[in-house]
Design a protein around this ligand. Structure first.
Ligand SMILES: [Zn+2]
Length: 108
């Protein structure tokens, strides 16, 4: 069982400030080689896709995958843990290395 951590790690170019996930070898924008790790905590769902089958997996349950535009970072693909749809603002978290998202819990 892997621990859940809040936010998803991205890599930010020390030269132009662009945020990327996963870590690129060189910045796609300015070709800078140096990055600092940063964490993004939320984003907006742009697109949903459903993985209905996985080769070699007998008991596969359909999984929802979301393309998420992060507030101050890259577009990233995360596993979705609820029924959030396009336009929904979700919170991001990580289980081990894998990024996930779910609807933001309302603050009372
Ligand atoms: Zn850069």
């Amino acid at each position: 069982m892997s621990a859940e951590t809040a936010g998803v790690t991205i890599w930010r170019c020390t030269n132009c400030g662009g945020g990327f996930f996963p870590e690129p070898l060189l910045c796609p924008r300015c070709h800078g080689p140096a990055f600092t790790m940063d964490t993004v905590h939320e984003g907006v769902v742009e697109e949903i896709s459903v993985i209905r089958h996985m080769l070699g997996q007998e008991n596969w349950q359909p999984r929802r995958i979301a393309s998420v535009r992060t507030a101050d970072g890259p577009l990233m693909t995360v596993g979705l843990r609820d029924e959030s749809g396009p336009g929904a603002r979700i919170e991001l978290f990580q289980e081990g290395e894998a990024p996930f998202g779910r609807a933001k819990t309302r603050q009372a």
